[in-house]
Design a protein around this ligand. Structure first.
Ligand SMILES: [Zn+2]
Ligand SMILES: [Zn+2]
Ligand SMILES: [Zn+2]
Length: 401
């Protein structure tokens, strides 16, 4: 069983393993704001990819959390187990809010309690500070919320002018919407600020409501909004800083599929950190040297030899990987397009059949009605003949002789 240290989303962690990386990694992810406006995959596709990767690892028993953990730091010493603390939290939550929460949890780094929600509604509840009980199992505590929430907690605002200040606007908007957390201006791959901001909330309900409205008012102007999709994160080996190759399997796999000598994987990139046979290189200059004293060499990317850190979003290798990945993600869409075309063709042929059927029926009905008319005429004739000749004859005959 591997620890998922290469995952695209930091909170897909194995709850059975304790890793000090968790808090650190969640924090560092937020610093990659230069990666914001890159290739985007709608969340439903990401989950599709994750499902595929699950199928590839049927032998693996790794459990993953889809939602980021909330960190509970106890102020005073306690002797409770993590299982007991979670039990107590669920109980006290029910007493305070008259509502159940669906959570699991474990101790993490420095004995803090990591609380993993198991659905969006629970995550929404946990993000509301006012709902938490005063104490958990008799102990005071501090809550730390995850810095990065799932993409459904954010939306994109368009036409946010370059002269407008994100922090100021955040404060103004917070007066009307308490669940708004932060506005972050997106930048292009070249680092140029855009007229687009990502807006983070602590409630999926607020995001849904705004998306339904389709606009938000800022500085007396109604601005267009759209859903936010997370950018694809390009993994890299943390020892040699090469990027793993992408073949038929997604970047979200915890492990390579069985038989890592996959034809689609370029051999020199065919590893994750735990499998790396290289010496630990310097992140700054890409060379192998003692790291204790820091590095004063020129910044150099090991993948393209240009002057940026390895894995930077401006790196042509990263951009190539992103392109490759986004093309892979478009495959299911193409299938959808095919299905759409099939349905279109089928409905067209059904329409044609229907219209020919209708015209046949119409002509048959016309025939029948023509025949009916003729029949009616004949009956009328008969009636006339009866009236004219037979009836007088009968009345003649019935006269008393
Ligand atoms: Zn490596
Ligand atoms: Zn160096
Ligand atoms: Zn590069």
């Amino acid at each position: 069983m591997n620890i998922n240290d290469e995952s695209s989303t930091d909170y897909f962690l194995n709850p059975g393993l304790q890793t000090p990386r968790i808090n650190k990694r969640v924090r560092s992810e937020g610093e990659h704001s230069d990666d914001c406006e890159t290739v985007i995959i709608p969340p439903e596709k990401i989950s599709l990819v994750i499902n595929n990767s699950n199928q590839q690892q049927q032998a693996s028993t790794t459990q993953r959390n889809e939602y980021p953990p909330i960190t509970i730091e106890f102020k005073s010493a306690h002797s409770k187990t993590d299982r007991k603390l979670i039990e107590e939290l669920i109980k006290e939550w029910r007493i305070k809010n008259n509502k159940n929460i669906d959570i699991i949890g474990r101790f993490g780094y420095k004995n803090v309690l990591l609380v993993f929600p198991r659905n969006f509604s629970t995550l929404d509840d946990l993000l509301e500070t006012g709902r938490w009980p005063d104490r958990i199992a008799g102990s005071n505590y501090v809550i730390k919320y995850p810095k990065i929430l799932p993409a459904t907690y954010s939306l994109i605002i368009h036409d946010f002018q370059s002269t407008w200040n994100e922090d100021e606007t955040t404060k103004e908007l917070q007066e009307k919407c308490v669940t708004l957390r932060k506005l972050t201006r997106l930048v292009t791959r070249e680092g140029r600020p855009m007229n687009t901001v990502r807006t983070d909330f602590i409630s999926t309900q607020a995001v849904k409501q705004l998306l339904n409205q389709g606009e938000i008012e800022i500085n007396c102007t109604k601005l267009r909004i759209r859903p936010y999709f997370s950018p694809i994160k390009i993994n890299k080996c943390r020892k040699c800083f090469k990027h793993p190759g992408y073949g038929d399997f997604p970047a979200y796999s915890l492990e390579y599929p069985t038989g890592s000598g996959d034809r689609n994987v370029r051999p020199e990139y065919d590893h994750f950190t735990s499998q790396c046979t290289s010496l630990q290189l310097c992140f700054r200059c890409g060379q192998h040297h003692p790291l204790k004293e820091g590095c004063s060499n020129e910044i150099k990317c090991v993948n393209c030899q240009q002057h940026h850190y390895s894995g930077h979003s401006s790196c042509p290798v990263v951009q190539q990987k992103r392109k490759q990945l986004s093309e892979q993600h478009q495959k299911p869409q193409k299938k959808h397009e095919n299905v759409d075309q099939m349905i279109m063709a089928m409905s067209e042929s059904i329409n044609q059949q229907l219209s020919s059927f209708t015209s046949t029926i119409t002509s048959q009905i016309t025939e029948v009605s023509k025949k009916l008319n003729i029949f009616n005429d004949r009956i009328q004739n008969l009636e006339q003949q009866i009236d004219k000749s037979i009836m007088p004859a009968i009345s003649e005959l019935s006269k008393p002789v």
